[in-house]
Write a protein that binds this ligand. Structure first.
Ligand code: GDP
Ligand code: MG
Length: 370
């Protein structure tokens, strides 16, 4: 149930907290100013004290924020958002890097690649693919734990010389739990001891039946090292994306998710945001978790300044007042006042939840001692 502290209730009514406590005592409740009471009790107290009660659920605030009319929104096909997962040393970083045609593995050669946690490439067909580049499993689980669905497709990298290993199995479990389709990339096929057939057979034990064995999981043999079949992999990703029929509105206020965020000494809070629908513009007022700001600058994954970013684009956002957290939902709101209201509300909820937890613990201790 929803709760509120006595102090907060008094504040909202512009009453003295001691008077609220007194009233509660009259009703036989021994409660301190810092204690938490349930919203039903709070409502009774407020009415008793002659106030009209308007209860605002968290869902109201969130809905006001996220539910927009799609009547006039134009739905367009959007690029797939892909996460690469797999066992350590099977070549996740090498593959991402080879796809991006740069050289992160051997130490940021030339410094062209700046790491922002996500990037976008074009397939030979011209279709774009967005890769999430934050350390695989951790980011994936953290975001899932917070209810954020980010990835459309998981690329499961399995080294052909090593086969299915514990983290391969873990990755399969993650993808299945999230109901995200898997494309298997059998990597390191350039190696003399590569056994791609063995990988296919081992995957069977984990209910992954690849196409060449009559199943419906797309598989591609690749070599990140020799850059073999990378175009084919991109093509397969786009094929899978077509099957998923990924669409998003473009001409609405942007919504997205924080992929990474840090406090930069010179630039202040910097957040990499994956836009999920709508278009983000310079000058927009954005809310992310309990932070908000006016978008001062937007940078593409290549570090180029851009004026706006549409669905599935990863973009660096500057202008937040504080550093948001990875997994925070991002939304554009109509005014600074609204942004303040929402972030203050979330902050208050957070504090109340914390307070409720600590009184909850004390409550059970008291029960134990009585
Ligand atoms: P990660 O831990 O999954 O990110 O794996 P890395 O990308 O760091 O690769 C681990 C090792 O495998 C590195 O020494 C890579 O050079 C090597 N490697 C990656 N892909 C290939 C490949 O296709 N062929 C060969 N021969 N080696 C590869
Ligand atoms: Mg790596």
């Amino acid at each position: 149930p929803e709760t509120i502290t006595v102090q907060e209730l008094a504040n909202r009514m512009s009453e003295r907290a001691v008077d609220v406590v007194r009233l509660l005592m009259k009703q036989g409740q021994m409660i301190k100013i810092t204690d938490v009471i349930e919203s039903d009790t709070a409502q009774l107290i407020a009415e008793e004290m002659g106030h009209t009660v308007r209860r605002v659920a968290e869902s109201d605030v969130e809905e006001g924020l996220f539910a927009k009319s799609d009547d006039e929104a134009v739905q367009v096909a959007r690029p797939p958002v892909v996460t690469i997962m797999g066992h350590v040393d099977h070549g996740k970083t090498s593959l991402l890097d080879a796809i991006r045609q740069t050289n992160v593995v051997s130490g940021e050669a030339g410094g062209i690649t700046q790491h922002i946690g996500a990037y976008q490439v074009s397939a030979p067909s011209g279709d774009k693919v967005t890769f999430i580049d934050t350390p695989g499993h951790a980011a994936f689980t953290a975001m899932r734990a917070r209810g954020a669905k980010v990835t459309d497709i998981v690329i499961l990298v399995v080294a052909a010389d090593d086969g299915v290993m514990p983290q391969t199995v873990e990755a399969i479990a993650h993808a299945k739990a999230a109901e995200v389709p898997i494309i298997v990339a059998i990597n390191k096929i350039d190696k003399p001891d590569a056994k791609p057939e063995r990988v296919r057979t081992e995957l069977l034990q984990h209910d992954i039946v690849v196409e060449s064995l009559g199943g419906d999981t797309i598989e591609v043999e690749v070599s990140a090292k020799q850059k073999l079949n990378l175009d084919k992999l991109l093509e397969m990703i786009n094929l899978q994306a077509e099957i998923l029929d990924l669409k998003a509105a473009v001409n609405t206020a942007a919504e997205g998710i924080v992929i990474e965020a840090k406090l930069d000494k010179g630039r202040g809070p910097v957040a990499t945001v994956l836009i999920q629908r709508g278009t983000l513009h310079q000058g927009d007022i954005v809310v992310a978790g309990s932070q908000w700001g006016k978008v001062r600058a937007l940078n593409s994954d290549l570090g180029q300044p851009v004026t706006d970013a549409g669905p599935s684009a990863p973009v660096e956002v500057l202008g937040f007042g504080g550093t948001p957290e990875a997994g925070d939902r991002v939304a554009v709101v109509e005014s600074e006042a609204r942004a303040r209201e929402i972030t203050a509300y979330r902050e208050r909820l957070r504090r109340e939840k914390q307070a409720a937890r600590s009184t909850g613990a004390r409550g059970s201790l008291e029960q134990m001692m009585s």
